[in-house]
Design a protein around this ligand. Structure first.
Ligand SMILES: Cc1ncc(COP(=O)(O)O)c(C=O)c1O
Length: 336
């Protein structure tokens, strides 16, 4: 991810626990022992594990500041700046902004360099939730697409999403590795024998002591297939989402909510509001009943939307064509 020497990482059960450790670390570094007056910022598209983690990390609801997004569902840096100034004037202590690198709804990427600029001015920790999107940095052009991720203080990554691995494999990277230790370190005399050589253990960096052997599950596929295989797959998923977007965009039955920023396309039936709301779930049911693809649904700005997320190593052009064809056929039948 382009972090400098001195950064460290931990493997977790997934993005939720990575977010939790990131927030605890940022809290520890920026606020100290008394933190109820701290404020953290995130967009209205942020995954709910962030607010859940903040609550688990001890923050009251008044600490959570949800910010609006632009037409492409990205956090607006100006709104961040204004919220921080307003909170400061009220005597609060702004300390953290969570930036999305691939939102769950549409795959939106928040403007990291601009967020970083605001954050630097106000001394905020920048955490990137790149659980879904982070590994696209490995695809050709990925470093440009995810520009600014290398400047973040911490990054959530989910190998069980972007590296196609089985569930139960998340990661957290922290720019200043020592911060992880300051937030999570501890000791007891009955563990003195396992750290004889003075090496840091996972328990010094994470909430866990006994744990799964997650490293093997990450290392083995990389060793067996090589990184090039993953880069190729990620590039294919981006191209498939782009192809799917163009297909739906050209069909009058659909309203596509945004051009894909990564490998997610969210869309709805093009129909009067009430009808689109009523027929959307039926469209999903009919397409999924064909048992070729599994579409999920969501609500975006209060409106029902379907979602295609291309993120399986088994998903290739034939399957995405199946999805587009099934959608077009069922949509035509429903709107007729
Ligand atoms: C953007 C984003 N962040 C965080 C999470 C939470 O990750 P996990 O389910 O691995 O806890 C998800 C998906 O579940 C996600 O899409």
């Amino acid at each position: 991810m382009g972090l400098p020497a001195g950064s460290r990482g931990i493997l977790t059960s997934g993005g939720s626990l990575s977010s939790f450790s990131a927030i605890v670390t940022a809290r520890h570094e920026r606020l100290g022992e008394e933190f109820a007056d701290g404020s953290l910022y995130f967009s209205d598209q942020t995954h709910y594990c962030v607010t859940k983690s903040a609550r688990l990390a001890g923050f009251p609801r008044a600490s959570l500041r949800e910010l609006p997004t632009d037409a492409r569902f990205r956090l607006v840096p100006r709104a961040l700046d204004a919220a921080v100034r307003e909170d400061r004037a009220r005597g609060r202590r702004p300390f953290l902004v969570v930036a999305n690198v691939g939102t769950t709804n549409t795959g939106a990427i928040d403007p990291l360099p601009e967020i970083r600029k605001v954050a630097r001015e106000h001394g905020l920790w920048v955490h990137a939730d790149a659980a879904y999107g982070g590994f696209f940095r490995l695809a050709p052009g990925g470093e440009v697409l995810l520009r600014g991720i290398e400047e973040c203080d911490s990054i959530t990554l989910d190998p069980h999403k972007g590296l196609f691995l089985p569930y139960g494999l998340g990661a957290l990277l922290v720019r200043d590795g020592a911060a992880l230790v300051r937030a999570h370190g501890g000791s007891a005399s009955y563990v003195q024998d396992v750290a004889e050589d003075g090496a840091l253990g996972f328990a010094d960096l994470s909430p866990e002591l006994s744990r799964d052997f997650r490293g093997l599950r990450l290392w083995l596929p990389l060793m067996l297939h090589g990184l090039a295989a993953f880069r190729e797959q990620l590039a294919e998923k981006l191209a498939l989402a782009r192809w799917f977007y163009e297909e739906l965009q050209a069909d009058p039955s659909f309203e596509v909510l945004d051009e894909p920023q990564l490998s997610i396309v969210a869309f709805r039936l093009r129909a009067p509001e009430a009808e689109a709301e009523r027929l959307g779930p039926e469209l999903q049911r009919r397409v999924n009943a064909r048992r070729r693809v599994f579409l999920s649904s969501t609500r975006i700005r209060g409106r029902y939307a379907l979602r295609v997320c291309v993120l399986s190593f088994r998903t290739h052009e034939d399957r995405v064509r199946d999805a587009a064809q099934a959608l077009k056929e069922e949509a035509r039948a429903l709107l007729a």
